[in-house]
Design a protein around this ligand. Structure first.
Ligand SMILES: Nc1nc2c(c(=O)[nH]1)N[C@H]1C(S)=C(S)[C@@H](COP(=O)(O)OP(=O)(O)OC[C@H]3O[C@@H](n4cnc5c(=O)[nH]c(N)nc54)[C@H](O)[C@@H]3O)O[C@H]1N2
Ligand SMILES: Nc1nc2c(c(=O)[nH]1)N[C@H]1C(S)=C(S)[C@@H](COP(=O)(O)OP(=O)(O)OC[C@H]3O[C@@H](n4cnc5c(=O)[nH]c(N)nc54)[C@H](O)[C@@H]3O)O[C@H]1N2
Ligand code: SF4
Ligand SMILES: [Mo]
Length: 919
C-alpha cells in the first residue's frame, strides 16, 4: 500500500482554506510545492486576518508530514498489542460492539466524546447518530472544558447561545476589556487587530483583568491583577457602580430586560463598596476605580472574555456578571460594543450550532423542549430522539469508571491529557469494554488505552466548514490527497451508523451534509409558536450546489437569501433588541459571588493556574512536530514567584514536583511569568508522549460549574517541593533513542535532530560507558570525543560523522548546562570547523554572538540574547527599532509583547548594572 502523500495540485493553484488552530479562524492560502514542502501564507481576502498569520499558522507546513500519523485502522489483540486490520474489520467491530451493548444495557450505556476540532459536517452527524438514532444524549465534547460556561451564560441572558458582535467591533470600541484572556498568545491575530487600534485612535483604552501579568498586559493601559476566582465580585461591583452613578440606560432596561431589581440588589448586597471589592479582588482601589469610571464614561465598550472566566466553578455566573453590565448600560447590538466570548477551538462555534453538547439538541434547539424535539425528529425522520440530557464530560468519565457507560468513541480530542483528574480518565478507559479513538496521530496518551484506532483525515486533507468566534463560517478545503487509508471523520461516522442498521447516513460528500444542517436550521424556524424561533438560521445557504459550496466565501450567520438569489450574512446580532426568550426580553441574572470550590490549606498552600503558551497547541500532537515552534518554550515549567520559590525551597532552573489531592507532576521551575504570590502557573501542553511526568491534568480538581458543567481548570490547591536529582543533562541526536532508565525527560523537536532534556536520580559510575550505551555508540568508535571533569561533576561527549555533528550529550551535577541554541546551530552546519570543535570540547561557543538564546521571534528565528545585545549596544527604546535592526516582530507580530518586555528588562538591568542571564 502506498502510505505516502500526493498533492491534489502541485503549486499550480493555491487553495484557500482555514487555519485548524484557534477560534480566530484565519484564512490560509496553502499549496504543495514540487519538492513536497507545503507553502502557507495568510489569505489576504479572508476578513478574519486579511493576510496575516500568527506563528502557529505560519508553521503549519512543518506539521503535515506523515511522521507519526495514524494511517491504517488498528485493533488491539488479546495480548494487548495493536494489529493492523482492514476498515471492514475495524468498522464491524465498532458497530457490532456498540449495537450489542445498546441491546443489552440500553442506549445510555454508550457514549461519544467529540471535539471542537471536528468540522461542522462531522459534528452534525455525530450528534445525529447519538441523539436521533442510538437514542441517547450521551455525546459531549471538549467544548464542555472550554465554552460551556459562555453557552450557559448566553442562554440565561439572551435565551439562545448568541455571540452578538463581530471582530470589527473591537476596532470600533473606545474601551476594550479583556477578562481571563491571554489573547496576545492565544488569539494573536485578533489581539493584533486590537493593538493596532492604538495607532489610529490613541485615546482607545485596553484593560486586562488577569491574575498574571501576561504578554497581553504588555500592551494594556491598565492591568487589574485580580485574585483568582474573584471576577464576580469585580463585575457585581461594576454593576453597582454603574447603576448608582448614572450610567444605566433606564429606557433599555425597561423595554428590553427582566431581572433588573433582583440583580442589582444582589450586586449591592456584597459589592456596593469599591473599597471592599478592591480588598476581596486584591487590586489597588485607584486602579479599580479607574476601570469602573472608564467603563461608566465610555459608550463603546467591548468586554472580551475567555478561559479565566469560563473555566471556573462560578464560570456561568462570571459570564452573566459581565453580560449584566452590558445590559444595564444598553451596550449591546450597536457598533463597537457588547460582551464577546472569545472561542478557543477552530470550530467551537460550529459544534454549538449542531448541538454537540450533552444538554443541547441540534440547531440551537433544546433537549428539554417537546416542540424542539418534535422539530428535530420530524426533520430527521429518525426512529428515536433523546429526551433527557446525557453525561457532561467530567461525569461521563466517572460513569465510564463505574461501569454505567461501557463503550466510548473519542473523536479528535485527547482526554487522558485534557480532562481534570486525568488519572481518573486513565482508570476509566482502562476498564471500559470498548474504547474507540478517531485521530490523525498514532501515539497519543488516549490512543494508548484504545481498543480500536480509526485513522482520520487531517488538516489539508479534509473538506468541510468551521465557524469562528464571530460566527463566520469558512471552508476548510483539501489540498492534499488522503494519506494511507485515512478517511474523513464524517465518513467514518456514516460507515459505523450504516453498519448499526441506521438509515439517514447515506452521504457522499461534505456538501450534502452541510445542506442538511442548513435546512434543519431553517426548518420550522419562525413557526407561530415563539419558542420555534431561533436566531441561528442558515436559510440562505440551503440548496447550494457542489460548486457553490466549494466556492463559498466566509460568511457570518444568520444567513438570508434575497429574492434575487443574493446571500447576505449578519455582522452584528440583537440590533433589534429582540432576544430569544419567549417574551423577547433579555435577562439580567443575579450572580451572588462565591469563592472557588477548593481553598488552599497547610497541606496544599498554593493555587495552581493552568493555561497555554504562545507556540504550542493543546496536547502538542501537531505543533509538537515543528522545530520552529519548539524553540520558544521547549519544556514544561512551573512558574512561581521568586519569594514563594525561596519559601518552598525550589530554585529557578531546577526541577520541582507539584502535587494536589488528585495527582502530581514534575517540571522546571521558572520566574518571570508575571505570577502573583501564592499561585503557580503550569502549561497544559506536555503529556506522556513528550515528557516523563508533566501531565498537569492529573493534578486538576474535577469540580465543575453547577450550571455549565465546565471544570475549574484555573484553581486547584497544590503543594510544591524540590525534585532532587543527582545529575542534569541533555542530548541532541539525529537518531531515535530509548530512555527507559531515565528519571525525568522531555523530548523537544529540533530541525535536524531531536533534543532530550534529562535528569537522573541514580549516580552514574562510568559516564563514558553509560553514554555510549544510551546513544548506541561502539566502544571503539573513532568519531566519539569525550571530556570529563569529575571534581566539577561534568561530562560531555560528541559523536561526529564525516565532519558533521551526529549527536552530543552534556551532563552536570547542576542544571547550568551549555546553550542548546548554540548546539542546535552546529547541527545545521554541513561541516564543523576548528572553532566549533574547540567549543565542543570546552563546552561553550568560542566565537561571541553564536549563542542567540531561546527564540523570541519564531518567524525570523531571533533569540533573546541577540535582541538584548542589540537593544543594549544600539540603545534602542522602541519595538519598531528592534524590528528595523533584526526583523524580529516584523512578520506575524506574536512576539511584540515579549520584545516590549525585553526593552524594559534591559533598561532595568542597565540601571542596576547587572549582567544579562544566558540560556
Ligand atoms: N497558543 C495557543 N493558542 C490557543 C490554544 C493553545 O493551545 N495554544 N488553545 C485555544 C483554545 S481551545 C482556547 S480555549 C483558548 C484559550 O485562550 P485563553 O483563555 O486566553 O488562554 P488560557 O491560557 O487558558 O487562560 C487565559 C488566562 O486566564 C487567566 N486566569 C486564571 N484564573 C483567572 C481568574 O480567576 N480570573 C481571570 N480574570 N483570569 C484568570 C490565566 O492567568 C490566563 O492568563 O486559546 C486558544 N488558542
Ligand atoms: N489543565 C487544563 N486542562 C485543559 C484546559 C486548561 O486550560 N487547563 N483547557 C481545556 C480546553 S479549553 C480545551 S479546548 C481542551 C483541548 O484538549 P484536547 O481536545 O484533548 O487537545 P488536542 O491536543 O487539541 O486534541 C485533539 C486530538 O485530535 C487529533 N486530531 C487533530 N485533527 C483531527 C481531525 O481532523 N480528526 C480527528 N479525528 N482527530 C484529529 C489530534 O491529534 C489530538 O489527538 O483542553 C482542556 N483542558
Ligand atoms: S491566530 Fe494563529 S492560530 Fe489562530 S487562526 Fe489565526 S493563524 Fe491560526
Ligand atoms: Mo478550548
Amino acid at each position: 500500500m502506498n502510505l505516502s502523500r500526493t498533492p491534489i495540485a502541485i503549486a499550480v493553484t493555491t487553495t484557500q482554506t482555514t487555519c485548524p488552530y484557534c477560534g480566530v479562524g484565519c484564512g490560509v492560502s496553502a499549496s504543495m510545492k514540487a519538492d513536497g514542502s507545503i507553502g502557507v501564507a495568510g489569505d489576504a481576502k479572508h476578513p478574519a486576518n486579511l493576510g496575516r498569520l500568527c506563528v502557529k499558522g505560519s508553521a503549519l507546513g512543518e506539521t503535515v508530514d506523515l511522521d507519526g500519523r495514524l494511517l491504517v485502522p488498528q485493533v488491539r489483540d488479546e495480548q494487548g498489542v495493536m494489529q493492523r486490520v482492514s476498515w471492514d474489520a475495524a468498522l464491524d467491530q465498532v458497530a457490532g460492539k456498540l449495537s450489542a451493548i445498546v441491546a443489552e444495557h440500553g442506549p445510555d450505556a454508550v457514549a461519544l466524546y467529540v471535539s471542537g476540532q471536528l468540522l461542522t459536517e462531522d459534528y452534525y452527524l455525530a450528534n445525529k447518530l447519538m441523539k436521533g438514532y442510538i437514542g441517547s444524549a450521551n455525546i459531549d465534547t471538549n467544548s464542555r472544558l472550554c465554552m460551556s460556561s459562555a453557552v450557559a451564560g448566553h442562554k440565561r441572558a439572551f435565551g439562545e447561545d448568541l455571540v452578538p458582535l463581530a471582530y470589527e467591533d473591537l476596532e470600533l470600541a473606545d474601551l476594550v476589556v479583556l477578562v481571563g484572556s491571554n489573547a496576545a498568545w492565544c488569539h494573536p491575530i485578533l489581539f493584533q487587530r486590537i493593538a493596532r487600534i492604538k495607532e489610529t485612535r490613541p485615546h482607545a483604552k485596553l484593560v486586562v483583568i488577569d491574575p498574571r501579568r501576561t504578554a497581553t498586559c504588555e500592551l494594556a493601559d491598565l492591568h487589574l491583577p485580580v485574585k483568582a476566582g474573584t471576577d464576580v465580585w469585580l463585575f457585581n461591583g461594576l454593576l453597582s457602580y454603574l447603576a448608582h452613578r448614572g450610567a444605566r440606560d433606564n429606557a433599555f432596561i425597561a423595554a428590553h430586560t427582566n431581572g433588573f431589581d433582583e440583580t442589582l440588589a444582589t450586586a449591592d448586597a456584597d459589592c456596593a463598596d469599591p473599597a471592599t471589592v478592591a480588598r476581596i479582588c486584591k487590586v489597588e482601589l485607584a486602579d479599580l476605580l479607574d476601570f469602573y469610571e472608564s467603563f461608566a464614561q465610555t459608550d463603546k465598550v467591548v468586554t472580551g472574555f475567555s478561559m479565566g472566566v469560563n473555566q471556573s466553578s462560578a464560570g456561568t455566573d462570571k459570564v452573566n456578571s459581565i453580560i449584566n453590565c452590558h445590559l444595564l448600560t444598553g451596550r449591546i447590538g450597536r457598533p463597537g460594543m457588547g460582551p464577546f466570548s472569545i472561542t478557543g477551538q477552530p470550530n467551537a462555534m460550529g459544534g454549538r450550532e449542531v448541538g454537540g453538547l450533552a444538554n443541547m439538541l441540534a440547531s440551537h434547539m433544546d433537549l428539554d423542549n417537546a416542540l424542539h424535539r418534535d422539530i428535530v425528529q420530524g426533520f430527521w425522520q429518525s426512529p428515536r430522539i433523546a429526551e433527557r440530557p446525557g453525561y457532561k464530560a467530567v461525569d461521563l468519565f466517572r460513569a465510564i469508571e463505574d461501569g454505567r457507560v461501557k463503550a466510548v468513541w473519542v473523536m479528535a480530542t485527547n482526554p487522558m491529557v485534557s480532562l481534570p483528574d486525568a488519572d481518573l480518565v486513565q482508570r476509566a478507559l482502562a476498564r471500559c469494554e470498548l474504547v474507540v479513538s478517531s485521530d490523525v496521530i498514532e501515539k497519543t496518551d488516549t490512543n494508548a488505552l484504545a481498543h480500536v484506532l480509526l485513522p482520520a483525515l487531517g488538516w489539508g486533507e479534509k473538506d468541510g466548514t468551521v465557524t469562528n468566534s464571530e460566527r463566520r463560517i469558512s471552508r476548510q478545503r483539501a489540498f492534499l490527497s488522503a494519506p494511507g487509508e485515512a478517511r474523513a471523520d464524517w465518513r467514518i461516522i456514516c460507515d459505523v451508523a450504516q453498519r448499526m442498521g441506521f438509515d439517514g447516513f447515506a452521504f457522499d460528500n461534505a456538501q450534502q451534509i452541510f445542506d442538511e444542517h442548513a435546512r434543519l436550521s431553517a426548518h420550522r424556524n419562525g413557526d407561530a409558536a415563539p419558542e420555534a424561533h431561533r436566531v441561528f438560521n442558515l436559510a440562505g445557504l440551503c440548496g447550494m450546489t457542489r460548486q457553490q459550496y466549494d466556492a463559498l466565501a466566509p460568511i457570518q450567520w444568520p444567513v438570508e437569501r434575497g429574492p434575487d438569489g443574493s446571500v447576505t450574512g449578519t455582522a452584528r446580532l440583537l440590533q433589534d433588541y429582540r432576544f430569544t426568550h419567549a417574551d423577547g426580553r433579555a435577562r439580567l441574572v443575579p450572580t451572588p459571588p462565591r469563592q472557588p470550590a477548593h481553598a488552599t490549606d497547610d497541606d496544599y498552600p498554593l493555587v495552581l493556574n493552568t493555561g497555554r503558551v504562545r507556540d504550542q497547541w493543546h496536547t502538542m500532537t501537531r505543533t509538537g512536530k515543528s522545530a520552529t515552534l519548539a524553540n520558544h518554550i521547549p519544556e514544561a515549567f512551573i512558574d512561581i514567584h521568586p519569594q514563594d520559590a525561596l519559601l518552598y525551597g525550589v530554585r529557578e532552573g531546577g526541577l520541582a514536583r507539584i502535587s494536589s489531592r488528585w495527582g502530581a507532576m514534575v517540571a522546571r521551575v521558572q520566574h518571570g511569568g508575571g505570577i502573583p504570590r501564592g499561585t503557580v502557573f503550569v502549561p497544559i501542553h506536555w503529556n506522556n508522549q513528550s515528557a516523563s511526568d508533566a501531565r498537569v491534568g492529573a493534578l486538576v480538581n474535577p469540580v465543575v460549574d453547577p450550571v455549565s458543567g465546565e471544570p475549574e481548570f484555573k484553581h486547584t490547591p497544590i503543594a510544591i517541593e524540590e525534585f532532587r536529582v543527582a545529575w542534569h543533562g541533555f542530548i541532541l541526536t539525529r537518531h531515535r533513542l530509548a530512555l527507559d532508565d531515565i528519571t525525568h525527560w522531555t523530548r523537544v523537536q529540533g530541525r535536524d535532530f531531536t533534543r532530550f532534556e534529562l535528569a537522573g536520580r541514580k549516580q552514574i559510575s562510568d559516564h563514558g560507558q553509560w553514554a555510549r550505551r544510551l546513544l548506541g555508540v561502539d566502544d571503539l568508535d573513532a568519531d566519539w570525543l569525550e571530556y570529563e571533569d569529575r571534581s566539577a561533576g561534568q561530562y560531555r561527549a560528541v559523536h561526529v560523522v564525516d565532519d558533521r555533528i551526529d549527536m552530543c550529550l552534556f551532563l552536570s551535577s547542576r542544571p547550568d548546562l551549555p546553550s542548546r541554541a548554540w548546539l542546535a546551530g552546529l547541527f545545521a552546519k554541513p561541516q564543523l570547523d576548528e572553532a566549533d570543535r574547540v567549543g565542543l570540547l570546552v563546552g561553550q561557543p568560542i566565537e561571541k554572538g553564536v549563542d542567540a538564546g531561546p527564540t523570541v521571534c519564531s518567524c525570523f528565528g531571533v533569540g533573546r540574547n541577540t535582541i538584548c545585545d542589540t537593544i543594549r549596544s544600539k540603545g534602542l527604546t522602541q519595538v519598531n527599532q528592534v524590528t528595523a535592526c533584526l526583523k524580529a516582530g516584523g512578520n506575524c507580530g506574536s512576539c511584540v509583547p515579549e520584545i516590549k518586555k525585553l526593552l524594559v528588562e534591559v533598561r532595568v538591568m542597565a540601571s542596576e548594572a547587572r549582567p544579562a542571564t544566558a540560556n
